[in-house]
Design a binder for this molecule. Structure first.
Ligand code: ZN
Length: 357
């Protein structure tokens, strides 16, 4: 992986983007895409659309291909400050409250990030009953060290978004860990794939979209797919790696970190898109892992497929251990290969290619 591309991933991971508060991360996307894109636009929902070869606003001759990677991450939203200056928050997206205990948090206030922590009373003080209980979000608070409500309210406002401490941790064997690998690594793949495809040359119009608000209902993919109006679309998101203890391969499939991108089959995927992805992976020597989903997936591929009169849709996923935790872990080789696979798919598309099943 080129160092500029790796820096781009680190910047995405170090920049906050809870759903609805994606502006800072979209600025990073626009800056990275500007040198190679023909046009970079941002719609009123906040999606950033990186377009290649849009000769007309809506080229009818060309096949339109859309890539979607969501830029938003799960977070919290400040909703109450009590008289002692402790903060209480709602969730943005799906949290396991257990992973919040003992975490360093950042409140993205107007004047800059405010450091906070989430904990609970020490083990010594927990009653036998309390030790056995599963913690609920309503029992957790954020401590910023404020003296009282007034002191806290000087910096923190109701509706300020919160993330865990952001960052990037390299690990053995070209693995890396960070909060919000979901889906900043998928976002990285779609933008980096567009950059690689632009360098190789395209015969289709390509729109790589950094979608917003996936974590609260696939909302940015809904709006952006409507406006791009693609013939073919590929969403890139994370999927559960099953190569760590306690996960049952019989029910969850056999997915390894470092085994290559995952290509999903099932009703949410157009069979011709799937065949092409697998064929191109084999032809270019990119290892991939097949996976099955019998339902509409919980990814941008879901709303993308049923936009307007229907879009021939694929889903390429990045294996991820410990999803929606502070220590999500992926393989950098997997994202590098996924970007190559998407670029190969884009460069292989020709006008007149038919994806009617
Ligand atoms: Zn995701």
């Amino acid at each position: 992986m080129e160092s500029a591309a790796l820096d781009f991933l680190k910047q995405l991971l170090e920049t906050p983007s809870p759903s609805g508060f994606e502006r800072p991360v979209q600025e990073i996307v626009r800056r990275y895409a500007a040198p190679f894109a023909d046009k970079v636009t941002t719609d009123s929902h906040g999606n950033v659309i990186v377009a290649l070869d849009p000769k007309t606003p809506h080229p009818t001759a060309a096949l339109r291909l859309m890539f979607a990677g969501h830029c938003d991450q799960i977070g919290l939203l400040i909703q109450h400050i009590d008289s002692d200056g402790f903060l209480y928050a709602q969730t943005i997206g799906g949290w396991d409250p257990q992973v919040l205990i003992g975490q360093k948090m950042l409140i993205w206030a107007k004047g800059g990030p405010v450091s906070g922590i989430i904990a609970r009373k020490p083990i010594h003080l927990l009653t036998d009953d309390e030790r056995k209980q599963v913690v609920k979000l309503k029992d957790l608070w954020i401590d910023i060290g404020a003296k009282d409500k007034e002191d806290a309210a000087k910096l923190v406002k109701i509706g300020d978004p919160v993330t865990m401490d952001l960052g990037f941790r390299p690990m053995l064997n070209n693995m890396a860990s960070a909060t919000a690998m979901d889906d900043k690594c998928g976002l990285w793949v779609v933008i980096e794939a567009a950059r690689r495809a632009a360098a190789k040359g395209l015969q289709c119009a390509l729109y790589a979209v950094s979608t917003v608000q996936e974590e609260i209902g696939l909302r940015g993919a809904t709006t952006s797919t409507f406006s791009v109006d693609p013939h073919v679309g590929i969403a890139v998101d994370v999927t559960h790696a099953t190569d760590c203890p306690t996960i049952d391969k019989k029910s969850e499939g056999d997915i390894k970190l470092g085994g290559g991108p995952v290509i999903f089959r099932g009703p949410n995927m157009n069979p011709i898109v799937v065949e092409r992805l697998m064929m191109l992976a084999e032809a270019t020597g990119i290892p991939f892992q097949p996976a099955a989903s019998g339902r509409a997936t919980g990814t941008d591929a879901n709303t993308m497929q049923i936009s307007r009169g229907g879009v021939a849709t694929g889903l390429v996923s990045i294996p991820n251990r410990y999803m929606h935790s502070p220590v999500e872990m992926i393989s950098l080789d997997d994202i590098d290969r996924a970007a190559d696979l998407l670029a190969a798919f884009a460069c292989d598309l020709k006008p007149g290619d038919d994806f009617t099943p």
